[in-house]
Ligand binder design. Sequence first.
Ligand code: URA
Length: 342
Amino acid sequence: MSPMDAAPRPAPPRINPLQRIWLRELGMERLWLRTPPAVPVAKTAVAGSGAVPGQAPAGVSPGGPNAAPHSPIVAPSPVEARRDAPAAPVAEAAPDATPAVVPAVARAAPAEPATGRASAIPASILNRTGPPPRPAPKVEVQEEAPPPIPVAEAVKDANLEQLAAQVVACAACGLCQGRRHAVVGQGAQPTRWLVVGEAPGEQEDRQGQPFVGRSGQLLDAMLAAVGMSRERDVFITNVIKCRPPGNRNPKPEEIAACSPYLMRQIALLKPERILVLGRFAAQTLLGTDATIGNLRGRVHHLKTDEGAQIPVIVSYHPAYLLRSPSEKARAWQDLKLAAREL
Ligand code: URA
């Protein structure tokens, strides 16, 4: 054995996993990791081991026995990146810039590994021809949106202000796509009467306030006839907070999605009584499919979660009264019933 043979085998250059990926992409991983040819011991040792120069022994991954498999690309953790590669580019070492699994395209390699050894690459290697390096497999990172919170859960502890913000931001049903404004409600607090209509119409959708069109003018006149005003006594809202396209009837799923807002409004406003206008609102609030003719003319009660019983009076919708003025006499009876000391 010559003194040359006894010389210690130079340690292979230390590179971190990211640098290994760069080298692989450049097609230079094996060449780079090979011990420099100037040290003959390396050649002898490789030959003596029975391994093919430039290839890892069978059963050992090319990156060494402890090297991680490289498919899919798993970026080193920020801690590993800092520990193994002090000279790595800042972006690689920044803790929050390193997701656990990163798409290959998202992590562009710099032109040279940042080891300070780039100048040692022989020109013959840099200029070599051959098949282009295989692109690393892409790993798509799917950012999963958190599941939406159901309306009933979201409104549970909301105050009126928070509730209004939730309604304005609501996307619990398809009606949010066509709305200009969600219409939360408007009126007096403390609230003597809560008036509940069906859903915003075109004017309400434009202005963001309930009952502002012709129906609203009639409603104000009806309320004034029993000494009530929306500024002083009445809070006005709807079962559905967004306008259904073309003023169509709301669908059951839209009612189900929206009604927790109304229930929370009732719980917070604690009205002395509720005047429900129109078949749709009455059926929704009272949980019945009875007709208006059946429901009006008597006092119903809505049981709150706190165990209170709020009197509910059903009457015709102002839009119906505009079309059927002869029914105004009955509506007047309903208002007088609502205004009575109950
Ligand atoms: N009709 C309703 O039911 N509500 C409104 O806000 C306007 C018209």
